[in-house]
Structures are given as structure tokens and as C-alpha cells.
Design a protein around this ligand. Structure first.
Ligand code: SIN
Length: 185
């Protein structure tokens, strides 16, 4: 398994700020095990959420990786999620949680009132060793159905994410289509 913590530590973006906005679009929406000062629904432009990243450490194992979300560049797309204002010190802990291929990138994010802030987002790009890439939603659902890892069932990750997006009042056809397929299994 590749470990991105050392690379992320060098990415000292916003390190001298008192607080930093973190944009979460996957488990960072529904599993909040880090301290934050403020939380606000937000979105980023030009990115689509996809279950294209392998998980060797949370929702699968090195022998049977699960599938979790990453962001894919998609001009014109909008990805909704949750933004957290955190102390820069929190990124040490987040780098460990996101160590299986996710790197910190700087991004503008837009809040519900239309205001914008720059902040950080973790993205697992297509060149990382755990990247699995596209597959039909029905295949992704079957894969998720059969995967488990130290953080629990892969199925639970998908269902929790779909529920969190509904609570935010958001539509994500990729996620909801996988959910429909999974519920039929
Ligand atoms: C995120 O939630 O923003 C990153 C991907 C994940 O941890 O599921």
C-alpha cells in the first residue's frame, strides 16, 4: 500500500493560517472524528464524485480492496459536500486517515449563501497505486457488497454517504444509482 502522509506533510498549504476550510465529499461528510470550529454545507465546481478509488485500509484489505470515492475532473460539474473550519494542526491526523492515495489540494469552495473561501480537499488522483477507475454502477455495487475492512463494511460507507447527501438535499445520480443496485442485492 502506498502511504501519502509524508508527501502531504510537505504540502504546507495554509499552514501559517489560524484556521483552514476543509472540503469533505465522502466519509468526511458522515464520519467526523476530528475537531472542527465550524461546519457549513458547501460545493466545489469542476469535479465529480466517483467510487473509483480502491480502499486497502478502511473498507477493504490489500488482498480485496473495497471501493471509496474520489474526485474526477469534470468541467461544468458541481460536487456538494460539507466544509469544516479546522486548525492546521488537524491535518496531521487527517493525512493518516486519508493515507491510501489521497493528496491535499487547494480549492475554492462555495457556501449556500454564495460566499466563497479557499481551502483544502483530499483527492486520490488517477496515478495513485490504489486507483481502480470506472466501472458500471451495477458492478461497483456488487464489488461494494462483497468488501469489508478495518473501518467496517464497504456497504455501510455507501449507504451512509447516500443518506448524508439526501440530508443535505443533494442529488448525486452516480451515488444513488449504486445505492439502488446495492439495495437489490
Ligand atoms: C473525503 O471524504 O473528502 C475524502 C474521501 C473519504 O475519506 O471518503
Amino acid at each position: 500500500m502506498i502511504d501519502t502522509t509524508a508527501i502531504n506533510r510537505e504540502r504546507s498549504l495554509f499552514q501559517d493560517h489560524e484556521s483552514v476550510w476543509l472540503f469533505g465529499y465522502g466519509s468526511l461528510i458522515f464520519k467526523v472524528d476530528f475537531p472542527f470550529q465550524e461546519r457549513r454545507p458547501a460545493s466545489i465546481q469542476g469535479w465529480a464524485r466517483r467510487f473509483w478509488q480502491g480502499s486497502h485500509d478502511h473498507r477493504g484489505t490489500p488482498e480485496n480492496p473495497g471501493r471509496v470515492v474520489t474526485l474526477i475532473e469534470a468541467p461544468g460539474a458541481r460536487c456538494a459536500g460539507m466544509a469544516y473550519r479546522v486548525s492546521p494542526a488537524v491535518f496531521g491526523q487527517l493525512d493518516v486517515r486519508e493515507k491510501n492515495g489521497y493528496l491535499r489540494f487547494s480549492t475554492p469552495m462555495t457556501f449556500e449563501d454564495g460566499s466563497q473561501e479557499d481551502g483544502l480537499v483530499y483527492i486520490a488522483t488517477a496515478d495513485n497505486a490504489a486507483f481502480l477507475g470506472p466501472a458500471p454502477e451495477a458492478e461497483i455495487a456488487a464489488h461494494i457488497h462483497g468488501s469489508h475492512g478495518p473501518s467496517g463494511a464497504n456497504r455501510e460507507y455507501l449507504l451512509n454517504l447516500a443518506q448524508a447527501l439526501r440530508e443535505l438535499g443533494e442529488q448525486d445520480e452516480h451515488i444513488f444509482e449504486i445505492e439502488r443496485n446495492l439495495q437489490a442485492l
